[in-house]
Design a protein around this ligand. Structure first.
Ligand code: AGV
Ligand code: CA
Length: 313
């Protein structure tokens, strides 16, 4: 039986590649897609999502919902701008038209109504902030009965996160930092949560070797798309910079599909909502349970990306 999935993303390079990969997964039925502003501009992000479904969705019938959620701490514009480049990629624009429609409702309502009307439990994959889920929960807390589990790229229990902003103590991960209260709302619910945090994603940086591996296989349209998409963001060179890119969301999506790629452990955790550490996730005996992904088999991970990407022509 296929697993029903709802995907909510925030339009980064690895968010859009995650959408592409989800569309290639066996026994996986994507029932909805929502896009939130956050690490992107939501207009081109929704357009790019619709074009990815058109080009790589094998004829699936989907609509993409635009989120009207707004965060507390805005992402750097330098990062958000890559969505325009993604949306302009020739491989997504060859047909000159977009067939996959926009959903009629904003993303949090699209999510709410899809969950309410689903007869099966749905897995949620979130690769951006949790705002749309938190808003849906606030409208109807009984939707947790319809949620099999939440797989979320977000948070960290390492000393140092990936936020470097004047109003932050640098302990946060960005998806949690954008809307800390939303994390709190979701953590306070009884949803089963799998956290793909920086503990694991720090092990999968974008490198020159990874780029060459994809470039050598650009005869496959899926790997050409991935290589071109990652061309918009900087790799780990001699040293890490603030903008160094990791395969955060792609690991999350691949973990959803194949949990044997990673190691997990149970933790008890909570999130701070107090400045300047708001959005910091931390371990505490009184906290909620979560499965934390903390290690990854690199070889297996990159092999899975190849395998999935080769499913399109
Ligand atoms: O914190 C990681 C999240 C992921 O969902 N995003 C990027 C991924 O889509 C925010 C982010 C952190 N550092 C970044 C980010 C960077 N250097 N460039 C772009 N986005
Ligand atoms: Ca993201």
């Amino acid at each position: 039986m296929s697993e029903k999935v709802y995907f909510n993303h925030d339009g980064g390079v690895d968010d859009l590649i995650s959408l592409f990969l989800l569309l290639q997964m066996d026994n996986t039925e994507l029932i909805g897609v929502g896009a939130v502003d956050a690490d992107s501009y939501v207009g081109p992000s929704v357009q790019a999502s619709r074009k990815i479904i058109d080009r790589f969705g094998h004829g699936v019938n989907l609509a993409v919902a635009t989120s009207n959620s707004r965060g507390v701490h805005p992402f750097p514009k330098e990062w958000r701008i890559s969505t325009y480049s993604e949306n302009a990629l020739p491989i997504l624009n060859e047909s000159g038209k977009i067939v996959t429609p926009e959903a009629s409702e904003p993303a949090h309502l699209d999510l709410l109504h899809k969950l309410q009307s689903s007869s099966d439990k749905v897995t949620l994959v979130f690769t951006g902030p949790l705002t749309d889920l938190a808003r849906a929960l606030e409208l109807d807390s009984s939707i947790t009965k319809k949620i099999k589990r939440l797989v979320w790229m977000g948070g960290t229990f390492l000393e140092k996160g990936n936020v470097e902003e004047p109003d932050s103590d640098n302990t946060q991960e960005w998806n949690a930092f954008w809307d800390p209260e939303a994390v709190k709302t979701v953590f306070d619910s009884d949803i089963q949560i799998d956290l793909v945090s920086l503990e694991s994603t720090n092990n999968v940086p974008l490198t020159q070797a990874v780029r060459l591996h994809w470039a050598a296989q650009r005869r496959y349209p899926g790997l050409d798309f991935i290589g071109n998409s990652y061309a918009f963001v900087p790799e780990l060179g001699l040293f890490e910079t603030y903008s160094t890119y990791y395969l955060w969301d792609v690991l999350t999506t691949c973990y959803f599909y194949d949990s044997s790629l990673v190691k997990t452990k149970e933790v008890k955790c909570d999130v701070s909502t107090k400045t300047p550490s708001d959005g910091r996730t931390f371990l505490t005996e009184n906290g909620r349970k979560a499965n934390l992904v903390y290690d990854v088999d690199n070889t297996k991970f990159f092999a899975l990306i190849d395998e999935l990407a080769k499913k399109v022509d």
